[in-house]
Design a protein around this ligand. Structure first.
Ligand code: UDP
Length: 334
């Protein structure tokens, strides 16, 4: 299939382009390059454009005539979304609406949407099933939930069929070392910890050790980016085949690791010291997020290949050692 991949130059988007190409599809990356990287687009064309630019979207769609869309393009910094919600609603919600209207007008019938466990808010039970109430506690999660709702309405009104994939914590890098995580600014635990291991930062700050968890630090479900990518391939193929599917699936490993466990595992994998400092809780962090991904195992035959945290961190470390800043103190980092 020819597939438009919005945000195809980003972290999960670029890994998905690679997985799509490996399954015989042509990924057409559509990215405004605000956070994406041209070097990450290697398995199909890169078309630079914004979701807000309907004319540009029309032009790209007319040129390639994609048969489906995989939609990653979004802002994804939780803290920023609290400070600047308008930016998130405009880009993530209004941008998705533009895309969906373009799909409607050009008769593109399928979409896989990059959603998040942040749509659940503070969980009532662990592991979290898809039927769990969705009460996001920040504008980022709210913006993703709004798009899930819009997708349901577009299916009824315009017949656009979609699957929302609710990711837990995406982690790791392409096992071949071709692409990996490169956010700027970096806010995620594993890459930050690896920057400490690599000598780019003096220490990692642990955001709270007074949570109601065994070691007092937050527990998350880390899922390898290549496993996430493969789920998108299965999802778009399931939509195209007309198989019965759920509107949304969780993507997680079903296993939780605390912040301190991640740091200890990274120290073992890298063989480096990782100094920690205890800090305050980060607002909006639920104590535990662990997903039940049984439904996508069952319906789409998805099975994560990377269930071992050390192996996930190992792929990230291999990528990290190839980065330009490796071994040097990063400017403006304390
Ligand atoms: N975290 C931390 N120090 C950091 C960055 C993150 O202690 O410098 C914690 C954070 O509070 C959360 C976990 O690590 O409990 C994972 O955070 P991340 O930002 O990687 O992903 P999120 O869970 O926010 O999607």
């Amino acid at each position: 299939m020819r597939l438009l991949v919005t945000g195809g130059a980003g972290y999960i988007g670029s890994h998905t382009c690679k997985a799509l190409a490996a399954s015989g599809h042509l990924p057409i990356a559509y990215d405004n390059l605000v956070y994406g990287h041209p070097w990450a687009v290697r398995w199909g064309p890169l078309e630079i454009g914004d979701l807000a630019d309907r004319k540009r979207l029309d032009q790209v769609i007319q040129h390639y005539r994609p048969e489906g869309v995989i939609h990653f393009a979004a802002y994804a910094y939780v803290g920023e979304s609290v400070k600047d919600p308008g930016k998130y609603y405009r880009n993530n919600v209004a941008g998705s609406l533009n895309l969906l209207e373009a799909m409607r007008d050009h008769g593109i019938p399928y979409l896989v949407f990059s959603s998040t466990c942040a749509t659940y808010g503070v969980p009532e039970r662990i592991p979290i099933p898809e039927s769990h109430p969705q009460r996001p506690i920040n504008p980022y999660g709210q913006s993703k939930l709004m798009v899930e709702q819009i997708l349901r309405d577009f299916q009824v009104a315009h017949g656009i069929r979609s699957i929302s994939l609710r990711y837990f914590n995406a982690a790791g890098a392409d096992p071949d070392g071709e692409i990996g995580e490169a956010h700027d600014p970096e806010t995620h635990l594993i890459p930050l910890v690896l920057e400490v291991a690599g000598g780019q930062r003096p220490h990692i700050t642990v955001f709270g050790e007074d949570y109601d968890t065994p070691d007092g630090t937050c527990i998350r479900d880390y899922i390898h980016v290549t496993d996430l990518a493969q789920a998108h391939v299965l999802a778009i193929e399931a939509l195209a085949s007309g198989r019965p599917i759920q509107p949304a699936y969780n993507l997680g490993n079903g296993q939780g690791f605390s912040v301190k466990e991640v740091i200890a595992t990274a120290a073992a994998v890298t063989g480096r010291q990782i100094p920690m400092q205890m800090g305050a809780r980060r607002p909006g962090d639920p104590p535990r997020l662990v997903g039940d991904a049984g439904a996508i195992f069952r319906d789409l035959n998805w099975k994560p290949l990377y269930t071992d945290l050390a192996e996930i961190i190992q792929t990230a470390w291999r990528w990290h050692q190839k980065r330009p800043y490796f071994g040097k103190a990063k400017p403006s980092v304390s």
